[in-house]
Design a protein around this ligand. Structure first.
Ligand SMILES: [Mg+2]
Length: 392
């Protein structure tokens, strides 16, 4: 078979849910007084949307090959991501063989090095990379997990992130990760309330169910250390993303400070093999949590995962829906996966990127067999209104 070349790449934007999962309506648990680094300012403490967590919106990348096959992917990046794709990255994609993902990634990364390296540029590169894997899978009529070497287990098992670990347990998940709600600015009273919430959930779920706290970069080293020790009596399994991502030194110290049986996890806002090399070599954490749509895509995640595997560190990707599922099912050092509870009260299963994708799989009884449909196995919902802000 002669391999198609890439004819065209398009970058579209969408508002409301989707890959920018913080872009939700009011009354959602995901925006209910969650501890953040901005909580030091009282006016930004109640709502993350108040400081602009949903300012970017969703970015959709569509890539069309010379045989008419279209691959696509979604990530966070909105209009600024669309600009980067259309005005800068497109030149490295159009005209290339659909198989040549490694070269395209390399050119996108090095051409943007002078303003990129992390953040929204890597979100955009990730989106293009994922769309290329989707395209290649559709051309070859194979699911992405087969392109990655095939499944090492038939079923994924999930923990749930959301405000109701007790309900997640009833739904068959193996654990529940709560958002921390009070940061250091709320002092002893806030710490007390954080521990009360954990104690309440522990009493509801019993002794063996995993409970974790996601701190979304909101703490400092003394507070995180204190929280970890005080949370030990409630069986906290791991403490996640306590510090800002650039504070590798703080993470290394935190890992030495926490109780021996508590895990330190981080990495959802880290990117590329070099960023994760810092986390790994400085022994910052026990589990890395790259977001497949932000860290550089599948192509980069393969490299990140190999580095982690050699050091005995687990890779449990952050969110990222099908882009994570197809990867996790192929790796021994990714033994379970995260599911974000997107129902406003975290009381039922909603597809993670709703309403953006059709055929987006969800766990049943906390488990999922990753579908064998070509590419990532999802379709863009035609009812969602897209815009193309930069048509070159
Ligand atoms: Mg997190």
């Amino acid at each position: 078979m002669s391999m198609p070349t890439i004819r065209h790449i398009r970058a579209l934007t969408i508002r409301g849910g989707g890959a920018d999962y913080h872009d939700q309506g009011s009354g959602h648990w995901i925006d209910d007084h969650i501890a953040t680094p901005m909580a030091r300012y009282p006016e930004y403490r109640q709502s993350r949307q108040s400081f602009g967590i949903n300012v970017l919106g969703t970015l959709v990348i569509e890539i069309e090959a010379s045989d008419g096959t279209v691959g696509f992917a979604v990530t966070t990046g909105g209009e600024i991501g669309a600009f980067i794709v259309e005005r800068h990255l497109a030149r490295f994609i159009e005209g290339q063989l659909a198989t040549d993902i490694e070269k395209m990634w390399d050119q996108m990364y090095y051409a943007t090095l002078y303003y990129g390296r992390k953040g929204v540029v890597l979100n955009a590169i990730s989106g293009v990379d994922l769309a290329l894997w989707d395209l290649l899978g559709k051309i070859r009529q194979e699911p992405v997990h087969q392109l990655l070497g095939g499944k090492v287990r038939e079923e994924l098992q999930f923990y749930a992130t959301g405000a109701r670990p007790d309900l997640a347990k009833e739904m068959g998940f193996i654990g529940g990760k709560l958002p921390l709600q009070h940061g250091p600015a709320e002092q002893e009273d806030g710490l007390h309330r954080n521990l009360e919430k954990l104690a309440e959930m522990r009493s509801r779920v019993g002794p063996d169910f995993w409970l974790m706290y996601d701190c979304w970069m909101s703490l400092d080293l003394p507070y995180a250390t204190k929280l970890a020790h005080r949370a030990q009596e409630f069986g906290l399994k791991w403490i996640e993303e306590c510090l800002p991502p650039d504070d590798y030194w703080g993470y290394a110290q935190l890992r030495r400070n926490v109780p021996r049986d508590m895990l330190v996890t981080t990495g959802e806002h880290e990117a590329t093999r070099w960023g994760f090399r810092m986390l790994l070599e400085m022994e910052c954490c026990d589990i890395i949590q790259p977001d497949v749509g932000w860290c550089g895509g599948i192509t980069e995640l393969l490299k990140i995962s190999a580095l982690a595997d050699a050091r005995g560190v687990l890779v449990i990707p952050h969110g990222s829906s099908v882009y994570s599922y197809h990867f996790v099912t192929t790796r021994h050092n990714s033994p379970f996966a995260e599911f974000l509870m997107m129902a406003p009260d975290a009381d039922r299963i909603v597809p993670m990127f709703a309403p953006l994708l059709l055929d987006e799989p969800v766990p049943a009884n906390g488990r999922m067999k990753v579908p064998d449909t070509p590419g990532f196995g999802v379709r863009l919902n035609p009812d969602v209104r897209t815009q193309r802000p930069y048509s070159r």
